[in-house]
Design a protein around this ligand. Structure first.
Ligand code: PGA
Ligand code: ZN
Length: 424
């Protein structure tokens, strides 16, 4: 059994051109790297992403986080067995000693945590997804239904008071590769339609690779997307989803969308209408992160047939997930590893969700890197759904491409199952 011989850290750039943390672990078996992502519409209950707030990079430098790995984490990790994921994560959480990882930084701890997992996988001579399956006691490897954000708005496109993401979910594909093909065709059909009708500026893309057309509201965007689905020949095979990121348009009392104010109840009525007009299967963050009453109401109204996902509400935090389960505030978890800041805690959050018959969607952040760890994670834990952005821009396609490779690997063993059937 080899041990951790060296731990290095450095800054690299993310997809928005901001610095982020990379960690590199050395064992006798080789070198293992991981990079961390970064959100824009971050939940206020997330673990702390440590930034320098100095002159460099408009305050976004990560020198302190990089140093914390070198000076505080590294000396404790040398000599440890990289397969002891839980012990290593617990050790870093203890070294940090704060409830939100504000001393060392969630970005520092997560970079190490993910690199350690890669080292552990090779130690056991397993593909990463299989090793993550072992860590989460899952043997049922299923390729996920992607949620693809093909029309971007809100913080990812420079707009205020708007619904953030308009997504397609190719539920009725036979395989993941067919699902990807269908989604890519719809993406390009939409692109052609938007460019033809609204001009070439209408197909400039936002942070997650979706288009940012000058369409007034979600109804108009869903109309354009539904048309592209129909013209591509996939009516009835692809359903719609949205991520409202509603904390971004809540002022503590009311919600403001497209110049109009809504109470919690009025906003829920709007979602109910939208769900009737279009085939919307999944609603993420339909209400603000602490509007528990609103969340309970929407889950009561729509939760039997549709998916209500907590992102900013839950921040991948077991304590908040427990509260949401008790209150029946939603029925699905958006799992973002950097919201909680370690692999082991992310696995605990997923377990909690599964044990309570919730669905789990493994998600990227709007600021991403070429690291494809979450593609292995979604298959490894058997999560059934992924949210990795549009099928464009390398930081997004890195994840889809890794899913293609995993599908090929599982196919060679005769067991590449696609999750579509399990969702309806
Ligand atoms: P973020 O957006 O990464 O900017 O937080 C993604 C999301 O809200 O799901
Ligand atoms: Zn979200």
């Amino acid at each position: 059994m080899s041990e951790i011989l060296e731990v290095k850290s450095r800054y690299v750039l993310d997809s928005r051109g901001n610095p982020t943390v990379e960690c590199e672990i050395k064992t006798e078996k080789g070198y293992f790297k991981a990079m961390v992502p970064s959100g824009a519409s971050t939940g206020k209950h997330e673990a702390l992403e440590l930034r320098d707030n100095g002159k460099q990079f408009h305050g976004k430098g990560v020198t302190k986080a990089v140093e914390n790995i070198q000076k505080i984490i590294r000396p404790k990790l040398i000599g440890l067995n990289p397969c002891n994921q839980k012990e290593i994560d617990s050790l870093m959480i203890e070294l940090d000693g704060t409830p939100n990882k504000s001393r060392l930084g969630a970005n520092a701890i997560l970079a190490v945590s993910l690199a350690v997992a890669r080292a552990g996988a090779l130690e056991k001579a397993q593909p990463l997804f299989q090793y993550l399956g072992e860590l989460s006691e899952n043997k049922n490897f299923v390729l996920p239904v992607p949620h693809m954000n093909i029309v971007n708005s809100g913080k990812h496109a420079g707009f205020e008071n708007d619904i953030q993401e308009h997504l397609i979910m190719p539920i009725k594909a036979k395989s993941f590769s067919e699902a990807l093909e269908m989604s890519v065709e719809v993406y390009h059909e939409l692109k052609n339609n938007l460019a033809a009708g609204l001009g070439s500026r209408a197909v400039l893309v936002g942070d997650e690779g979706g288009f940012v057309p000058p369409l007034k509201n979600t109804n108009e965007r869903f109309e354009a997307i539904s048309k592209a689905i129909e013209e591509s020949g996939y009516s009835g095979k692809i359903v719609l989803a949205l991520d409202a990121a509603a904390s971004e348009f809540f002022n503590g009392k009311e919600y403001t969308l497209w110049g109009k104010n809504y109470s919690s109840g009025e906003l829920i009525d709007y979602y109910c209408d939208l769900g009737k007009t279009f085939n919307v299967f999944s609603f993420e963050d339909p209400l603000a992160e602490d509007d528990w009453t609103g969340w309970r109401e929407i889950t009561k109204k729509l939760g039997k047939k549709r998916q209500i996902i907590g992102d900013d509400l839950l921040v991948t935090n077991p304590a908040r997930i427990k509260k949401a389960i008790e209150l029946n505030a939603c029925n699905a978890l958006l799992l973002k590893v950097n919201q909680i800041g370690s692999l082991s805690e992310s696995l605990e959050s997923a377990r909690l969700a599964f044990n309570n018959n919730w669905r789990v969607v493994v998600s990227h952040r709007s600021g991403e890197t070429s690291d494809s760890f979450i593609a292995d994670l979604v298959v490894g834990i058997g999560a059934l759904q992924s949210k990795f952005g549009a099928p464009a821009r390398s930081e997004r396609t890195a994840k889809y491409n890794q899913l293609l490779r995993i599908e090929e690997y599982l196919n060679s063993q005769g067991k590449a199952e696609y999750a579509g059937k399990k969702l309806k």
